[in-house]
Design a protein around this ligand. Structure first.
Ligand SMILES: [Zn+2]
Length: 158
């Protein structure tokens, strides 16, 4: 069977088992890097499209609604407090194994932002979890920050 031969039945397909060693590097891009550097300083930077009246968090270089370039004038710092828009309790790790202690994650809209961040929650319980709960970003100590979304350790009720 040649590579150009079309299969009539799936059972005719050949199978090769093995692995392909691949590495890749991810770049956060211009806006993403500035956003992450801000987190390292304990700040949350956004970009605002005046045309669409939409404030991106994380910051974007282009408005995904109208495709406008969001230049220097579009950058601003948003508040570290916001509201919980959605939440769930997580019982499994990313590999599907049960967590010793379930944890909470949620979508948070910071004050002044239109976009949301998904992050870990602490201090949220079955009793106080609700849409609209006021929460604040809790950063790691400055010396532990690396320019990562995890420089925010979690969000906690205000
Ligand atoms: Zn726009």
């Amino acid at each position: 069977m040649s590579i150009l031969h079309s299969l009539e039945h799936p059972v005719e397909a050949g199978v090769w088992r093995g692995s392909i060693p691949l590495e890749h590097r991810y770049t956060a891009g211009v806006a993403g890097e500035r956003f992450l550097r801000g987190l390292k300083e304990g700040k949350v930077y956004a970009t605002r499209c005046a045309r669409c009246n939409y404030t991106y968090v994380p910051a974007r270089l282009y408005c995904e609604r109208c495709l406008s370039h969001l230049g220097e004038e579009a950058w601003l710092e948003v508040g570290l407090e916001g509201e919980l828009l959605s939440f769930t309790q997580v019982h499994l790790d990313p590999s599907g194994h049960p967590l010793a202690t379930p944890r909470w994650v949620g979508l948070v809209r910071l004050r002044g932002a239109s976009g949301v961040l998904m992050h870990n929650l602490e201090g949220v319980t079955q009793e106080n979890a609700r849409v609209g709960l006021a929460v604040k970003a809790v950063f790691r100590p400055a010396k532990e920050r690396s320019g990562s979304i995890n420089d925010i350790r979690h969000f906690a009720p205000v």
